[in-house]
Design a protein around this ligand. Structure first.
Ligand code: ADP
Ligand code: ZN
Length: 527
């Protein structure tokens, strides 16, 4: 069996790396020796080596080809090309190939010419492909099965793919072939699903830390997102390369235009642009200094630019996995980098609505809501962001000293009475109105709407004049994030069970004090 020294020799020979990183060596030894494994490693941690190296080692031992299952055609393509450059024969089978090309690759597989074969999950479970694998296994020429992006097997993963569930057929048919599942995103729930569905419960788990100590996390209250972003870039990241994530294509374009107008070189990127322009913008981002990419989440997969100094979110991501993956594109070089996000009342309402009105079965929506709640918990936290982030991935840590809350502990205030006023305004208006109208009532603003519904006659009308509008928005946001206020049709606010103890005075409510709005940038139009 392959010894660690022999494996290290392959690492040097093929990749030219001096030594293994983290637990790569242990993982390679486990697989090269024919064992199974679960590998959890953040993006950029070096997962590919973990299965490619054992594949080479076992191929040299006469054990045939390794099967790598990957859901992303573009990534498959990149990997095969990278392996070709390293002199390792590899190929992929997916829907982009012609019949002849696919036939030729199958022949190479049968003739034991390949070290690695990449395939899409839906292809793997076809009778034809299973037949091919069966013939290989019978001759002991199937060296290893690697399942990349293994979180796709779980409904809890943010990227559930039903084709992945069917992969358990591989375990049933080829129990003796070593099997490794790899992923960069796995909270405790997802991890459990992977172990179950891919029958890896008895396999050793190799869990790398998800901590990115050089990234400073900052989440601020959004008053005027664009101006806040501009002021922050000018103050902290003038001339730096960064990524600004927005939810919509329109906002991506507007934000890029606006930054350019204010002297920050920026480019848009989203799936609605034609492929050439997208490629051009991506290349410019990779090759020029100090460009800011304004993008939807369509941008970033497979982007390996080491000196991205900041990632900013102008809208709330859908969940912590997404937030972690997007912010993780900052500071790959290990130098200080920033993850900055502005979020507000509207974001919370919008994300809740998107789930409620979106596609999918109830069980799916329940999962999505729980994931959004976890992210809101992070956003509203008054304690260390990193501790919360890592806890989500099942990792315990101490306060980091390098996030906004550690560097400047947020003030909190007893918001019990304010919350009661807000909840009562929602209740007394029949739980049919949105945050704007409720705020107007609290502030005692005589608008057409308040008059039309007779809301200017309510006892709560003007009951909140002692606090500014921004505070009321903050109170409502935190009540929604905390679950005491739900969102109904047309973004109306309604009370949940959790509102009761607050209204009854049985629960004291300690809320974050809002940060001050920034002054608009010089020459900036309002938004
Ligand atoms: P992942 O798939 O986990 O995102 P990759 O396998 O793409 O990560 O590796 C990320 C980067 O780390 C690559 O540029 C790779 O060359 C580099 N790398 C991986 N292992 C090592 C190592 N042992 N020594 C030095 N660099 C490594
Ligand atoms: Zn911290």
């Amino acid at each position: 069996m392959a010894q660690p020294a022999a494996l290290r020799a392959i690492l040097r020979e093929i990749w030219g790396h001096t030594d293994f990183r983290g637990r790569q060596g242990e993982i390679c030894a486990q697989l090269a020796a024919g064992g199974n494994a679960l590998v959890l490693m953040p993006t950029g941690g070096g997962k590919s080596v973990c299965y490619q190296l054992p594949a080479i080692s076992r191929h040299r031992a006469g054990l045939g080809v390794a099967l790598v299952i990957s859901p992303l055609i573009a990534l498959m393509h990149d990997q095969v090309q990278a392996l070709a450059e390293l002199g390792v024969p590899a190929a992929f089978l997916n829907s982009t190939l012609t019949m002849e090309e696919a036939d030729d690759i199958e022949r190479q597989v049968r003739d034991d010419e390949l070290v690695l074969l990449y395939a899409a999950p839906e292809r793997v479970t076809t009778p034809r492909f299973l037949g091919l694998l069966g013939a290989l296994a019978a001759r002991r020429k199937l060296s290893l099965i690697a399942i990349d992006e293994a979180h796709c097997v779980s409904q809890w993963g943010h990227d559930f793919r039903p084709e992945y569930v069917a992969l358990n057929v591989l375990t049933e048919r080829f129990p003796d072939v070593p099997r490794v599942a790899l992923t960069a995103t796995a909270d405790a729930h997802t991890r459990e699903d992977i172990l179950q569905r891919l029958s890896l419960a008895d396999a050793p788990q190799f869990v790398a830390s998800f901590d990115r100590p050089n990234i400073r996390y900052t989440l601020v209250d959004k008053h005027d997102g664009r101006n806040q972003l501009l002021a922050w870039i000018r103050a902290e990241h003038a001339g730096d390369a960064g990524i600004v994530y927005c939810l919509s294509r329109k906002k991506v374009e507007e934000t890029a235009d606006w930054l350019n107008e204010h002297g920050i070189k920026a480019l848009p990127y989203h799936a609605g642009m034609d492929a050439n322009t997208r490629r051009l913008h991506q290349d410019r981002f990779l090759n020029e200094d100090g460009l800011v990419m304004c993008a939807t989440i369509a941008f970033g997969m497979g982007i390996d630019k080491p000196d991205v100094r900041f990632v900013a979110h102008l809208d709330l991501p859908r969940n912590i996995e997404g937030y972690y993956q997007e912010t993780g594109r900052a500071g790959r070089d290990g130098l200080p980098a920033d993850a900055w996000m502005a979020y507000g009342l509207h974001d919370v309402v919008q994300q809740r609505r998107m789930i409620d009105e979106g596609e999918g079965a109830d069980a799916f929506k329940t999962v999505m809501r729980a994931k959004l709640d976890a992210l809101l918990g992070l956003a509203e936290a008054a304690d260390c962001r990193r501790v919360r982030l890592l806890a989500y991935f099942g990792e315990q840590s101490d306060p980091c000293g390098n996030c906004d809350n550690c560097l400047q502990p947020p003030a909190t205030w007893d918001a019990t009475e304010a919350a009661q006023k807000a909840l009562s305004a929602i209740y007394r208006t029949g739980q049919r109105f949105g945050a704007g109208h409720i705020t107007d009532i609290l502030l005692g603003k005589a608008t057409d709407k308040t008059r039309q519904f007779g809301h200017d006659k309510l006892p709560t009308f003007g009951a909140g004049r002692d606090l500014p509008e921004s505070t009321w928005r903050s109170v409502l946001r935190q009540l929604i994030a905390g679950g005491a206020v739900g969102i109904g049709e047309y973004q109306s606010l309604l009370l949940t069970e959790e509102a009761r103890p607050i209204l009854r005075g049985e629960l004291r409510l300690e809320l974050r004090r809002d940060t001050k709005p920034v002054k608009p940038a010089k020459g900036a139009r309002g938004t």
